[in-house]
Design a binder for this molecule. Sequence first.
Ligand code: FDA
Length: 317
Amino acid sequence: MSALRSTMLAAARSARLERTVTRLPVSRAVVARFVAGTTEQQAVDTARTLLRSGRFVSIDHLGEDTTDLASAQAIVANYRSLITALGSLPHADVTTGAVRPLEVSVKLSALGQALPHDGHAIARDHAHQICAAAEAAGLWVTVDAEDHTTTDSTLSIVRELRAEFPWLGTVLQAYLRRTEEDCRAMAGPGSRIRLCKGAYDEPESVAFRDRAEVDASYLRCLAVLVAGTGYPMIASHDPAVLGAAEVAVQSAQRKTEEYEYQMLFGIRSDEQQRLADAGKHVRVYVPYGDQWYGYFLRRLAERPANLGFFLRALVGG
Ligand code: FDA
């Protein structure tokens, strides 16, 4: 990992920098490239547009590292309201077999996972409420992956909730050394695993830090998921990953509705549309809300060109 990327990822966790950056007059316009808006209505409008274009959607209410119970409860209320609004979109018309075209993505740290007393149980109960609302509205839920200190708690909550909501998905990060084994454990019937490279600054002891090693791990993990009996969700913008994934799913003779590609809102939209037009299932991860700082900094860290875009807007603004 480059020094610049490490610095950006450290900045993503700085409350002081967050206060400064979010006050800059140019921020909102620049952030709009990666975030659908600050309101639920903007998120729903974006979902409607994407569905009409033939793409599926996962909406993320931005927020992470919640430090008090009231804030975690407020986030659950936001999700319930969002799910109701999304449920009224005409998604049932989309012909997808068992695949649900609309989904929400949740971060357990936003739901209270890090609270000092009973954080794990609080996050589990909050996630349960969101899953129950999603089930009633015909949506799916996928639990995002955060830094490695949360992985055990997150996977155990997902395993527990899957007994009641077997469609509940989760994210595995190929940069973690443990992930190939987690893929093996979780590639069984009905599982929905979103495989991504990983977006946090993790120590060498738990993660591959060299780009080539991360890419090689991604392909090994993907092979495990594709050979399994679950529903792999290939989350990457990397042409090399996408090419290898297509070869892997074809040689495993998976049908279109037995896997999907996923990309982030605002990143390689042309490629998203090209895949969808070619008949592939493509889901776009759409974040919205006020708390865009951490998400935005992680996107800047991924690609120096994104950082240049931000700095040019600052100078120009
Ligand atoms: P990477 O960033 O390595 O880029 C490889 C290549 O892709 C580039 O060289 C370029 O060719 C192409 N590319 C990338 N960005 C481009 C751009 N803007 N324009 C043109 N080409 C571009 N992480 C996490 O830790 N927890 C999570 O829960 C999630 N969730 C998640 C959901 C979804 C749907 C996605 C797509 C990603 C995540 N991530 C995530 C983020 C993920 O871990 C990772 O940081 C980013 O996807 C970037 O990795 P890539 O695989 O896209 O390739």
